[in-house]
Ligand binder design. Structure first.
Ligand SMILES: Cc1cc2nc3c(=O)[nH]c(=O)nc-3n(C[C@H](O)[C@H](O)[C@H](O)COP(=O)(O)OP(=O)(O)OC[C@H]3O[C@@H](n4cnc5c(N)ncnc54)[C@H](O)[C@@H]3O)c2cc1C
Length: 452
């Protein structure tokens, strides 16, 4: 290891999943050297957009799922939990893992059987109970055409344009829900290149790549809380509740200044808006690109009620209509409820409305009532609707950037000694946990290479 790297002081700004990956990789690049990095986070806890709602809550800031293809996030979670909790507790599964399943509340729909995702997809498609032969043929033809083109297409295409040859049923029941779940952008506006990339990773990413991973516990317990514990173990300089107000570039051989404090290098793992604010004076072009994103909200309605009968799957595809905002429902069977509700046999479940800008404009009250109505209309055979309780309605207005065609995403390198990490940074992933983790690791590796 070079002495420049051994002696360097590095600041990581932002404690979301990208900052977590950056801090973890910085630390492991210098084994035995102690923590020479300082980690700033505005909030009183780590986790950013993917964290526990409140310290004592079993729920999250918004319902999240992962897929088997999220290899770097899963590897980070595994390594961290091994370091903090030891081997045995790592065996306790944090996620409910199931093959890609798009069942409606009646139990009809797509279920991938075990095996290679591509073959499983073909079998699931042919055995689908309600699709007509012409639906299946259109999907088969389309899939072969995409595979022959290497899952690539002209950059200006939207997902709707890419899928124009598919039947209406396939677009409604498969493309639209997958698109909004993966890209949080309606298919009429979503980037076809990114959509194909997600499909390719799921279908060609090897065994288990398309599996759904639904957290059994709060996401806080999956990564941010063990991470905070680990920071204590390695005596990291973690500064929670500390917003970075100013970042000044090196002048005349001086180091970077973060809130006036000197650092040799900086990883900016905060939001694109904050990164643009901090860099606008010395990297105006980069800041302009980072500031131009448009965002899509995600609303999560957390309910509890007695469950009438077993759900066909823990994740159900709902019908989104002009009156019904949500595309998915999740049964959170293992999330504890306060004792009075537990005694009454209630269980948590959530409804998720992605790409929900239209609903957000109509206000939380209207949205909450629409979610209740959707449960009453589409799920009344699964939950006892007279006892239904809407416990929390969480609207994240800037949940993810709107993933549109030809989107200009800023590169990770901003200046010498300054690298950006975050789900918005240039890369082949949409705004996801995996995109964030990959960019954090990449920024740390690039910075280490620069200092070495
Ligand atoms: C409701 C919802 C549902 C989602 N569902 C999914 C899903 O199912 N699957 C999936 O893969 N992804 C999902 N996502 C997206 C995923 O949460 C994000 O892509 C990921 O968390 C982004 O991590 P990040 O580190 O890039 O950014 P963030 O999580 O935004 O982290 C940035 C951090 O920087 C801090 N910060 C900002 N400014 C400063 C400053 N000046 N000084 C110090 N700290 C600062 C912030 O407080 C924050 O903690 C969802 C997002 C939301 C909101």
């Amino acid at each position: 290891m070079s002495s420049a790297l051994m002696n360097a002081r590095v600041a990581v700004i932002g404690g979301g999943w990208s900052g977590a990956a950056a801090a973890w990789h910085l630390h492991h690049a210098r084994p035995g050297q102690g923590a020479r990095w300082t980690w700033f986070e505005t909030a009183p806890q780590l986790g950013g957009r993917a964290r526990r709602l409140k310290p004592d809550s079993p729920l999250d800031n918004g319902q999240h799922i992962m897929i088997g293809a999220y290899r770097e996030s899963l590897a980070l979670i595994r390594s961290l939990r091994q370091a903090v909790l030891g081997e045995d507790e790592v065996r306790h599964p944090l996620f409910q893992r199931l093959p890609l399943t798009l069942l409606d509340p009646q139990g009809d729909g797509l279920v991938l059987p075990p095996g290679h995702p591509l073959l499983a997809f073909g079998r699931a498609m042919w055995s689908h109970p309600t699709w007509q032969l012409r639906d299946k043929l259109s999907l088969a033809r389309w899939s072969v055409a995409q595979a022959l083109r290497g899952f690539d297409c002209p950059p200006e295409l939207s997902v709707d344009e890419l899928c124009a040859g598919l039947t209406r049923t396939i677009r409604k029941e498969l493309v639209e829900p997958l698109c909004v779940a993966a890209l949080n952008t309606p298919s009429s506006q979503a980037c076809a290149v990114t959509f194909l990339q997600v499909l390719k990773d799921g279908l060609f990413g090897g065994s288990g790549a398309s599996d759904l991973l639904i957290p059994r516990v709060s996401l806080g317990a999956v990564l941010p809380e063990p991470l905070q514990h680990w920071c204590g173990q390695v005596q990291a300089d973690l500064r929670l509740s500390t917003r970075v107000q100013s970042l000044s570039p090196p002048r005349q051989g001086q180091p970077w200044l973060v809130n006036g404090e000197p650092f040799d290098a900086v990883i900016l793992a905060c939001s694109a808006v904050e990164a643009a604010r901090l860099c606008q004076d010395f990297a105006p072009d980069w800041a302009r690109t980072a500031a131009q994103f448009r965002y899509e909200p995600i609303a999560t309605a957390y309910f509890h009620a007695p469950v009438r009968k077993a759900w066909p799957a823990p994740m159900l595809a709902l019908q989104e209509t002009p009156e019904c905002p949500a595309q998915f429902a999740f049964l959170l069977r293992e999330h504890p409820l306060p004792p009075p509700w537990q005694a009454k046999g209630h269980q948590w479940f959530s409804l998720v409305a992605s790409g929900a800008s239209g609903w957000v404009h109509r206000g939380q009250d209207v949205l909450g009532k629409a979610c209740i109505q959707q449960v009453q209309q589409q799920m009344r055979h699964l939950v006892a609707t007279p006892q239904l309780q809407l416990a929390h309605l969480i609207v994240e207005k800037r949940a993810t950037f709107r993933c549109t065609p030809m989107l200009d995403r800023p590169p990770s390198r901003i200046a010498r000694g300054l690298w950006a990490a975050g789900d918005y940074v240039e890369g082949r992933y949409p705004a996801t946990l995996e995109g964030a983790v990959r960019s954090g690791r990449a920024a740390a590796s690039a910075l280490i290479a620069e200092l070495s």
